[in-house]
Design a protein around this ligand. Sequence first.
Ligand code: DGY
Length: 321
Amino acid sequence: MSRPRVIVTRKLPDPVEERLGALFDVTLNPSDRALPADELKAAMREADGVLCAVVDPMTAEVLGVAGRRAGIVANFGVGVNNIDLKAAEAAGIAVGNTPDVLTDATADIAIALMLAATRRMYETEKMLREGRWKGFSITAQLGMGLRDKVIGIVGMGRIGQATARRAALGFGMKVIYFNRSDLRVELDFPAERRATIEEVMAEADVVSLHIPGGGENRGRISAAMIAAMKPTAYLVNTARGDVVDEPALVAALAAGRIAGAGLDVFAEEPKVPAELVALENVTLLPHIGSATLETRTAMGMLAVDNLEAFFAGRPMPARVV
Ligand code: DGY
């Protein structure tokens, strides 16, 4: 029996590529070049399955291409806002993702951004590197301490919980959170209360975003929500750039209407607004929330598990539709 044909849209960690090669007739992308829409369509036509990244736009047009052969899209990532799930479901295309294995790495980056922002790391490091440091000062470069401050988690899923746990147990912060629905698990760390998103934005000293991108969450953190934040508060985003009204955030940071931000994601990656780049009260990272060798390897292995199960007719370990 011939092996299923799988097309991979991005360079993957070596052990993942080796396993794919052992299981499938695989076409890799060693150049790591982002495939344009016509190549994604060709992949859907030519392969039994496509393994793609969270930034590959698997639109209705790509998924619905005439002569489609692929029955599965295995997303390398937990977020699936790059995939038109309705179109996939309507076309009977299975969609897999990679939850859980990236929770710790992403929560670590949320905490790193919170520390970087509240302790003014970018601004002070820049000053030092530019030779502007005049020596130790008792009163300059003061940041905000975290103990007893309120972290407001927007989206209390796995990564939101892992971030809150670190903040509560590691830094002595008080946790309030917004979540659309009741939590399905009992929290194993102290949290003060579930609140409305408006309350979280207005009361938190640090707001950390963990809601999925796209759909109804696009622009959820609106200009009005940003305006409701305390002038001393910080915003951390490791979720998706499009959940924030980016121009409104840039304006608030530039005017000092909020104290600062730590951002790992942007509305139109890899474009980052020049005004944002110029600001000193924001730390900017290039979407590296899950970027550890261990995590990216585990994500790849889970994407391969999804493909293997699908082609064997078994339930996929992480199936979205
Ligand atoms: C995800 O998995 O959704 C991350 O953004 C990519 O690591």
